[in-house]
Write a protein that binds this ligand. Structure first.
Ligand code: AP5
Ligand code: MG
Length: 209
């Protein structure tokens, strides 16, 4: 299974990916997680990406395309992968297509998790991540156990200001990839509102249909 999860910031891509990879036994490749790891390590890539990310802007295409194409070429992706947060511009979608064409493999599905803008700010601002396990919590919707609260991380781009920019960028830069995949006949729309278990069931159903 070679698939992509698309959706606005806070749609639940990371939450759903961590559940789905258990079922499909494929690597979860999150461009955001890879970039945050590079920022933390202080690599050249991380230093370049940091300012864009904090402001809620997209990191330049050439930087992200190189990073992801190198990752999906690794041996553990030979039987499939789940991309989360890439592609999110049309040039990124075209670059992925070209790389897959060259490798003689096809994309199976692009799952679009739809959540209205009005819900996104609260989801992002209330998010907390466990740096030890990578588990994504929400102070209201998925509260963390009291024992680990002190070690949880609040993302630098989960401010009201940055989320507003991220939502705008989603509509201007990322939404145009939706018709691109619709035309290829592999786009699957899923309602991302409701209990996360229900959303997982909806995704599994469209992938099996
Ligand atoms: P990235 O890390 O990809 O962020 P994003 O797309 O903004 O998405 P999020 O991770 O914020 O949300 P999510 O959909 O994963 O939701 P989650 O499951 O955590 O990118 C960050 C930045 O990196 C970008 O802004 C950009 O600068 C750069 N970048 C990354 N990729 C790039 C690319 N390809 N090109 C250029 N730049 C790139 O859930 C959110 C919260 O909601 C959590 O608290 C969760 O518990 C809660 N929640 C989840 N599901 C539900 C539910 N069903 N009901 C209630 N709450 C829920
Ligand atoms: Mg995420």
């Amino acid at each position: 299974m070679r698939m992509i999860l698309v959706g606005p910031p806070g749609a639940g891509k990371g939450t759903q990916a961590s559940r789905l990879v258990e079922t499909y036994r494929i690597p979860h490749i999150s461009s955001g997680d890879m970039l945050r790891a590079a920022v933390k390590e202080g690599t050249k890539l991380g230093i370049e990406a940091d300012g864009f990310m904090k402001a809620g802007k997209l990191v330049p295409d050439d930087v992200v395309i190189g990073m992801i194409l190198e990752r999906v070429a690794k041996q553990d992706c030979a039987a499939g992968f789940m991309l989360d947060g890439f592609p999110r511009t049309r040039p990124q979608a075209v670059a992925l297509d070209q790389a897959m064409h060259a490798a003689k493999v096809d994309l199976d599905a692009v799952v679009l998790i739809e959540v209205p803008d009005a819900l996104l700010e609260e989801r992002a601002v209330g998010r907390r991540t466990d740096p030890e396990t990578g588990t994504i919590y929400h102070l209201k919707y998925n509260p963390p156990p009291a024992a680990i609260v002190s070690r949880l991380v609040h993302r630098k781009d989960d401010t009201v200001e940055a989320v507003t920019t991220r939502v705008q960028k989603y509509h201007s830069e990322t939404a145009p990839i939706i018709p691109y995949y619709l035309e290829k006949g592999i786009l699957k729309r899923v309602d991302g509102v409701g209990d996360p278990n229900t959303v997982t069931e909806r995704i599994t159903a469209v992938l099996n249909s």
